[in-house]
Ligand binder design. Sequence first.
Ligand SMILES: Cc1ncc(COP(=O)(O)O)c(C=O)c1O
Length: 365
Amino acid sequence: MKEGAPLERVDGVHVRRNGRLWLDFGGCDYFRLAHAPALRRALIRWVRTQGWNVAASRLTTGNHPLYAQVERKLARFFGAEAALLMPTGYSAPLAVAQALAGRFTLALIDQEAHVCLHDAAMFLGCPVRTFPHRDVSAVARQVRRAGPGARVILLTDGLFGWNGAVAPLAEYRRVLPPNAWMLVDDAHAVGLLGRRGRGSVEAAGLSRGHLIQTVTFSKALGLYGGAVLCARQVRQWLVARSGCFGGGTPMPPPWAAAVETALAELRRRLPQRDRALRAAAQLRQDLRRAGWEVLDTPAPIVALFPASRLEAARLRRALLAEGIDPPWTEYPGRAAGYFRFMLAPSHTADHLERLRRALMSVRRD
Ligand SMILES: Cc1ncc(COP(=O)(O)O)c(C=O)c1O
């Protein structure tokens, strides 16, 4: 792995790289909230009137009353009993695993799960087995093999951000023992899935018993930080047992103060999802006609895997010729690089046509 080249996001659709503006189809700012004036105002309002750091753990003197207020709003938005803010989305599953350590005899994890879930699994203190990507029968087999006394937890992304695939949560629930838990990293699903944008748990129509959802504010919500949505009892365990929660400084207050505005903005922009989804469906159709294999997903994400380095280089040149920053992605845990296009509601017909033209002009291997 290596660092990406430096790049500056300029507005909802452009980036500046090497001193030049390029059309942008990268990243996970799904509703382009990271530049929304309402969020900027909320942050500035807080910084003007209050401090920007509590400079202590929430177990000591860092428990600003704002945090509990925001957690109540989050719990209401997601339809969960309780919420706990975390400094990042990455640390949220780690904290959950620390809180639940010792409760399970087997952890099952999707082989394509985000690296933070693989890290989290190490805290559970039980054997960890991977299962093939979204393979419900493989989960059922592992459960049968574990026997009737097994205490199982399943870890998966709700929506896999690298290609837009959705985890079959309801099917997992059907083959898991009734006492099994699920830890769902919904970093990408918030805003994209579910009628109210609550993510994969809402989309799958699952009840929240024995289910913990972790989210990030750094993608569809345009902010920074993370949260755990869970039962009240689990929240208590998190506070009491998680070093990731108690051993560090919480999310800076200005960011926490802007969460409510971000949720309101997301709600307002949810109807715009359809536009991006229609554009993604059209692009997939065109790509298939040109011989590409592309996954159908309910997310505005189109992942293209070039067959060779030469093909990747041709795609790159074609994108640059249309003034598009090539969204080449190399991600922890993935062997090969690929192009990941994210279509946002703010992309105009002209932007989409430039992308289509670039991709269609490439000779396939
Ligand atoms: C699936 C998934 N989980 C967790 C994270 C980490 O979230 P954060 O950036 O808020 O730490 C990411 C990426 O950023 C992600 O893609």
